[in-house]
Design a protein around this ligand. Structure first.
Ligand code: K7E
Ligand code: CUA
Length: 667
């Protein structure tokens, strides 16, 4: 009886949100009864002590992080903070990492990360880096896959809502970033919002990314004011081109839900970036004044620096000399995903409100451009005739296609938000061959290597927006979730549900063997060039420069040196520079002190991290190691005494010996 009532409540919730089209899938005994083959458990079971076959790097959406899962187990191994501060390890709180989050707006401690792009060589994943985008305050970050740490972030000027990002060329020559919101190009342009058509412009930035520490905006394309959404680089035969979906060709600036859904077709913008590159080398384009930050974490000093840059080279679509860079291809119903198949011949457009999937042919696009088979222009950019470049339309695939990935065997897999399913179809014949429901309302999907020239296939993972009734309830907010399907056979088979953190959008999975061999275990202490390193306990000290007190501290199982510090006065700023002396894998030490207005720092073997602390009162302040590092971890602690500003207590420090005699009253 009780159970029935619970189900009524669940169904009531379901009926109340008409936009969730999964009544069919859960009216019989609940969704948990959805078809899972008897051998599903064995297929995802990774026995204790065994490794997963793939790493999956999953965007965290509004948590601003990437998280790393194993496939097929769905076990989460790590969260990598990219654009958001992370108290768990001090990212964005330590003095070394604060510069990573610097922007032209100052320190921005949060962002919204939607897309992952893994570095490629010859169109294949090479396991060097994973890039991610910051949607809100436009940035691109680089995660080094040797350390699983964010090592570089570049801000993108003249952009607002960096959704169309990052997408990578087949040899990682560039990662690109397209603006979602078109804006008046000078950020501060004080113009009426309803002057959109006249004053608002789109831009797409080509960022050099193939050398760590040297990310730089090679050039920026100035484009008509529309919303750029998603993109893929050409590959193979279409290498040298980029394809961007864009919506709001109505150029609305209010109630886009209605006003940007007026036209039957928006566009895919095809860009000849090789030619754009040639033009910049030939001296075309104009340098413009802008302000943006470039931040780099140097792993020899373990310290990030932030540099503000002031110039960007702009190629403007209105410049007659740049006429042959840009072409619009009509694409139905507010396109979202824009995906190129492994051969580079086919470009799949996905209209969020469409009931077909148009597939365009690169060869036909080239032919149409050569023959000028245009239907007029949009703001001076030629609009290619739709039929002339269409390979064909997938008929009745489902409702609301969003994203497409490929298995390398001639099949495409498209996610359908509205009809909540994955649909497998044949790229050449455009025939639907299989479909499976997702629980519920899938956004992105991911096949290992799916966006590359050489997909690894095996699995497709659905990243779902809604999980009502799939998991134990957790109050008003429920987990987001992934679903793993076996795609090794003709039919897709659901194997596993697993919860994810944040809101996953895109994810990219890569064979574990590509990363495991390069994974860093420790930082060598002799290579540590941090200006405040103490390479042994003999080098520990406490120094004063005016009201700044620098503590050169070491951590090793199971003590901190020094662990008794006196002579700090109210009004001082104390910098704890903690070096972890361990040279053994998986032995971090943490450091925290009472009343600190930031977070702990978590120091890897051989690394130095700095916690800044400003005592707000006189008294005794305990500090301790936060990571259970040894049997005597609880003994890894110390005291810092804070005396009044006018106190005569001398600076003194030590471990294992008596601290200095109290030479003055603390009253
Ligand atoms: Cu479709 Cu932001 Cu790539 Cu989410 S986006 S789903
Ligand atoms: Cu070091 Cu606990």
């Amino acid at each position: 009886m009780k159970k029935n009532r619970i189900w009524l409540v669940v169904l009531g919730l379901v009926a109340a949100s008409a936009s969730i089209p999964f009544l069919n899938s859960c009216h019989k005994g609940g969704s948990t009864a959805s078809a899972v083959g008897g051998d599903a458990a064995a297929k995802v079971y990774v026995a204790p002590g065994k490794y997963d076959e793939f790493y999956s790097f999953v965007s965290g959406g509004f948590n601003g992080q990437m998280s790393v899962y194993g496939l097929p187990s769905g076990r989460m191994f790590r969260i990598i903070p990219v654009f958001s501060v992370f108290p768990e390890n001090g990212y964005g709180y330590s003095e070394e990492t604060k510069p990573m989050l610097n922007t032209s707006h100052g320190l921005v401690p949060w962002d919204d990360l939607h897309h992952i792009a893994m570095s490629e060589t010859k169109g294949e994943q090479d396991g060097r880096w994973a890039f991610g985008n910051a949607n809100n305050t436009p940035r691109i970050g680089r995660v080094d896959l040797k350390t699983f740490r964010t090592t570089e972030i570049i801000e993108v000027p003249n952009s607002a809502g960096n959704h169309s990002s990052p997408f990578i060329t087949e040899n990682s020559e560039y990662v690109v970033a397209g603006t979602r919101f078109s804006v008046p190009v000078d950020d501060n342009a004080d113009v009426p919002i309803d002057s959109y058509k006249k004053n608002f412009q789109g831009s797409i930035s080509f960022i050099k990314a193939d050398e760590p520490g040297k990310m730089d905006i090679a050039f920026q394309l100035r484009l008509p004011g529309v919303n750029f959404d998603l993109s893929r680089a050409g590959k193979g035969k279409s290498h040298g081109w980029f394809f961007f979906s864009c919506y709001n060709s109505e150029q609305a600036s209010t109630l886009l839900e209605v006003n940007a859904s007026q036209k039957d077709k928006d566009f895919i913008l095809a860009i000849n970036w090789k030619k754009a590159e040639e033009y910049t080398k030939a001296g075309l384009g104009k340098k413009e004044k802008v302000t943006y930050a470039h931040n780099y974490l140097d792993e020899t000093t373990h310290t990030a620096t932030s540099t503000i840059k002031n110039e960007v080279l702009v190629l403007d679509y209105r410049d007659p000399a740049l006429k042959d860079l840009f072409y619009f291809i009509p694409c139905p119903k507010s396109p979202h995903g824009c995906d190129t198949d492994p051969t580079g011949e086919y470009i799949v457009g996905s209209g969020k409100l469409a009931a077909i999937i148009p597939v365009f042919s690169f060869t036909k696009i080239q032919k149409a451009i050569a023959n000028k088979t245009y239907d007029g222009d949009f703001d001076g950019i030629p609009v290619i005739n739709y039929e002339a470049v269409l390979h064909g339309e997938v008929q009745k695939p489902g409702l609301g296609p969003l994203h497409t990935e490929f298995d390398g065997k001639g099949f495409a897999y498209t996610s359908f938000f509205v009809s909540s399913e994955i649909v497998k179809w044949n790229i050449e014949k455009l025939e639907v061959v299989d479909r499976v429901p997702t629980y519920y309302s899938i956004g992105h999907l991911s096949i290992p290597g799916g966006p590359t020239a050489k997909p690894h296939g095996k699995y497709v993972i659905a990243y779902n927006k809604i999980t009502k009734d799939r998991y134990l309830p957790t109050g008003p907010e429920l987990t987001q979730s992934a679903q793993l399907y076996d795609i090794s056979g003709e039919k897709m088979k659901l194997l596993l549900d697993f919860p994810t953190t944040g809101e996953p959008h895109y994810a990219e999975a890569i064979p574990a063997e590509l990363l495991v061999k390069n994974s860093v275990k420790i930082f060598k202490i002799e290579d540590n060039k941090h200006p405040y390193v103490a390479k042994g306990e003999k080098e520990t000290k406490v120094t004063r420069q005016g009201n700044q007190v620098h503590v050169y501290m070491t951590a090793i199982r199971s003590h901190l040196t020094p662990d008794n510090i006196e002579g700090v006065k109210l009004g001082d700023e104390v910098y704890f520079h903690v070096t972890n002396l361990e040279q053994d894998w998986d032995v971090p030490h943490g450091f925290a002190i009472k009343g600190a207005n930031n977070a702990e720092i978590l120091i890897m073997p051989g690394e130095t991290c700095t916690l800044k602390w400003k005592p707000d009162r006189i008294g005794m302040f305990p500090f301790y190691c936060t990571d259970f590092c040894s049997a005597l971890h609880q003994e890894m602690q110390g005291y810092l005494r804070v005396s009044p500003a006018n106190s005569k207590v001398e600076l003194s420090f030590g471990t294992g010996k008596k601290a200095a005699e109290p030479t003055a009253s603390t009253k």
